[in-house]
Design a protein around this ligand. Structure first.
Ligand code: NAD
Length: 502
């Protein structure tokens, strides 16, 4: 593969930013790099303490007006954002490819997800409904109302540099919250472009400037947001280690947390599975995005009667995957994000071998510029510690089962609980997988892979994945506070539970 010219990539990034109407806020300590060539794209300044304080104060102040703006009017700002995202879809996708290394089609898909969630949020802006319950007292009405929550801090990961921001921001804005975004330190340019488009949407629809603000930096800036009592909700997406650090700090001040953490997603392949379909679903989920999705398929639990065939077919598909420059047509697997990711992959494969695993194919680095690897397929004798660990790289471990109960037990015997799937044409197995004693994950699929969720459903996972839910369904409730209201329209004052008081 001929490596692209780093200078040309830098130009590409600056031109895409320019087309989005975004300006880099001067040079500084935060170096945006591209994993395509593992070279710098641009520099941005890390937000200083005074910037963070000013942003927090402005967000808290603006919230007081924004919360009283009618929700459908707030929705108009999000509608305009969605239009601008659609207009700049290819510019934003280009930045996603440059900073996160996704192939073009996946980068375009990520931007489409932002547009979709804006549509969803605009509809929601007319449906932030409460319920009315039957009161036990005559002449009383009992109901629930939902109110804006406050300042929402969005801390996001590198691998979905824009979609996760939009899941949070579009919904939080229609819910009447103001948003402070601290994107991954590895994707500041994509964030700059999105923030510029939202600022334009706010200007054009008369929303206050500080409904959304961007802060650049790493853990330090994240920690300030985590600890500040003006932040009502910390919505943090990233590794389990990050969630472990964030959750107790937010809890210590009785703030709210919405955690979207690591996954270690498994799929069961039953003897009745349609293997043509299963292999396609498995290969996309395991090797797509170079194994760098939270929902990437990492564990395959295959019935012994079909395991050899499944392994052979996946290995054949893996050998035909083109790995390389994510902008190049026909390439399906781009680079790992950095050298650390490559080291983690190599170490995991060494440990798997030491545990008795057989690397059937993959795991080799291609070239010396950027960290491009062939997706690895590894047969394991049992589910050892390394299989129970999320390695953020394309490694698919294959385990074998005899009885269906054993498959479910293996599937659930990991600390994470994000996404899962079963490939079967046996309806009993499919229903069992989706039942209370089936998959213990936040996402459970039948005859599709573990990755590639639609925005309409609530997205998130259980156990060490953090329990948060974002995007569709009733996830909006995480961004609002609930009040229970009792109205007495009688001229008596009966007490609940029949209590008599004088
Ligand atoms: P990461 O944990 O290194 O960083 C994520 C974000 O958290 C970054 O913005 C980082 O600056 C910030 N951060 C880190 N430590 C912090 C702290 N102590 N306080 C405040 N902020 C802190 O994750 P990453 O490498 O960018 O992303 C990959 C990880 O994210 C994987 O584990 C992946 O599974 C997970 N992820 C989960 C989801 C999900 O929806 N469940 C989605 C995308 C990624």
């Amino acid at each position: 593969m001929t490596p692209p010219d780093p200078e040309a990539l830098r130009d590409r990034a600056l031109r895409a930013l320019h087309r989005c109407g975004a300006q880099l806020p001067g040079s500084g300590d935060l170096v945006a790099r591209t994993p395509i060539t593992d070279t710098p794209l641009a520099e941005v300044p890390v937000s200083c303490a005074a910037d963070v304080e000013a942003a927090l104060a402005a967000a808290a102040h603006t919230f007081r007006d924004w919360r009283s703006t009618p929700a459908p009017v707030r929705g108009a700002t999000v509608r305009r954002l969605g239009e601008l995202l659609a207009e700049h879809k290819s510019d934003l996708a280009e930045l996603v490819t440059l900073e996160a290394g996704k192939i073009e089609s996946e980068a375009l898909g990520e931007v489409q997800e932002m547009i979709d969630v804006c549509d969803f949020a605009v509809g929601l802006s007319r449906q932030l409904y409460g319920v009315t319950m039957a009161s036990e007292r005559p002449g009383h009405r009992l109901s629930e109302t939902w109110h804006p929550l406050g300042v929402v801090a969005v801390v996001s990961a590198f691998n979905f540099p824009v979609a996760v921001w939009s899941w949070n921001t579009a919904i939080a804005l229609v819910c009447g919250d103001t948003v402070l975004w601290k994107p991954s330190e590895r994707t500041p340019l994509t964030a700059t472009a999105c923030a510029a488009l939202l600022a334009r949407a706010a200007r054009e629809t008369g929303a206050p400037e500080a409904v959304h603000q961007l802060l650049y930096g790493g853990t330090d800036i994240g920690e300030v947001l985590v600890d500040d009592p003006r932040v009502a909700l910390v919505s943090a997406t990233g590794s389990v280690a990050m969630g472990r650090a964030v959750a107790p700090r937010v809890a210590a001040r009785f703030g709210r947390c919405l955690l979207e953490l690591g996954g270690n997603n498994g799929a069961v392949v039953a003897p009745s599975a349609d293997l043509d379909l299963a292999v396609r679903g498995i290969v996309f989920s395991a090797a797509g995005t170079a194994g760098q999705r939270c929902t990437t398929l990492r564990r395959l639990i295959v019935h012994s009667s079909v395991v050899d065939e499944v392994v052979d077919r996946i290995a054949a598909a893996y050998r035909s995957l083109r790995v390389g420059d994510p902008f190049a047509p026909g390439v399906l697997v781009g680079p790992l994000i950095d050298a650390g990711a490559h080291r983690a992959m190599t170490a995991a494969l060494d440990t798997a071998r030491a545990d008795g695993g057989e690397v059937v194919c993959g795991g080799q680095r291609i070239g010396e510029i950027g960290y491009y690897v062939t997706p690895a397929l590894v047969r394991m004798p049992e589910q050892t510690e390394i299989v129970r660990t999320e390695t953020f790289a394309p490694i698919l471990y294959v385990l074998t089962y005899e009885e269906f109960d054993e498959a479910i037990a293996l599937h659930n015997a990991v600390p994470q609980g994000l996404s899962s799937s079963i490939f079967t044409t046996d309806q009993r197995e499919a229903e069992r997988f989706l039942s209370a004693d089936g998959s213990d994950c936040g996402i459970a699929n039948v005859n599709i892979g573990t990755s590639g969720a639609e925005i309409g459903g609530a997205f998130g996972g259980e156990k060490e994945t953090g329990g948060g839910r974002e995007s569709g369904s009733d996830s909006w409730k995480a961004y609002m506070r609930r009040a229970t209201n009792t109205v007495n329209y009688s001229d008596e004052l009966p007490l609940a539970q029949g209590v008599e008081f004088g």
